[in-house]
Design a protein around this ligand. Structure first.
Ligand SMILES: C[S@@+](CC[C@H](N)C(=O)[O-])C[C@H]1O[C@@H](n2cnc3c(N)ncnc32)[C@H](O)[C@@H]1O
Length: 201
């Protein structure tokens, strides 16, 4: 499998901080609570650097499609109790999680791939489990629209990013019978952190 992030992985986090400061990290950490008691599934976590400060509280599974990102995550999160896996997360009925983190990963997938992943995610949740989404939403200002378009073009060239738009998360999550229970906005709502739970378990 080709590693589309091999070129960018060593500079990804620095680049993100240059453009967004601490906002993306904040969106990925604002809903953390009771971590030590939870089993967590992280899908597309990248280099894992933003989770480093609280890694000792992390247990569960970390899935990455990029070998270079996964190697960085293993090193950045070496004091965690996560197991690291290369490839696309696949559902195993005997393994359930209390929380699933989808942080800036769904915008790299087609709508159909998101639907398929959400089906797996829902089946993989424990009773009272939740999905923690953090991602880009529709740009709210002219400047944001410009940066958003530039980022999409950049990632299309560098990482073979498939999309030309931002997924309509609300619509996609709702059609998968998920209900939003919390939300925090960053950069006027260009970036959002949201908690979603299944309509029924
Ligand atoms: C835009 S980067 C974001 C990385 C990280 N979540 C962050 O916020 O810095 C998207 C990451 O998701 C990974 N990825 C994309 N599709 C994936 C999938 N189906 N399963 C696991 N990882 C995936 C990519 O390899 C890449 O590292």
């Amino acid at each position: 499998m080709k590693d589309h992030y091999s070129f960018i992985s060593p500079i990804y986090n620095t680049l993100a901080k240059l453009v967004f400061g601490s906002q993306l990290k904040l969106s990925k950490t604002c809903f953390l609570e009771g971590l030590s008691a939870k089993k967590i599934l992280i899908i597309g976590g990248g280099d894992g650097l933003d989770y480093k400060a609280f890694q000792k509280q992390l247990q569960g599974e970390y899935w990455e499609l990029s070998q270079s990102m996964l190697s960085l995550a293993k090193s950045n999160l070496k004091d965690s109790r996560l197991s690291f896996h290369l490839g696309v997360y696949h559902f195993r009925p005997e393994i359930r999680f209390d929380e699933i983190w989808l942080h800036f990963v769904l915008d790299t997938l087609s709508d159909e791939e998101i639907d398929a992943l959400l089906v797996f995610c829902k089946k993989s949740l424990n009773q009272n489990g939740r999905i923690y989404l953090a991602d880009f939403f529709e740009a709210k200002t002219g400047y944001q629209r410009f940066v958003s378009l530039a980022m999409i073009q950049f990632f299309r060239i560098v990482t073979a990013h498939k999309r030309e738009d931002i997924p309509n998360y609300e619509q996609i999550f709702q059609r998968n019978d998920l209900k939003k229970t919390s939300e925090k906005l960053f950069r006027k709502g260009w970036v959002k952190a949201q908690i979603w739970i299944p309509e029924s378990f």
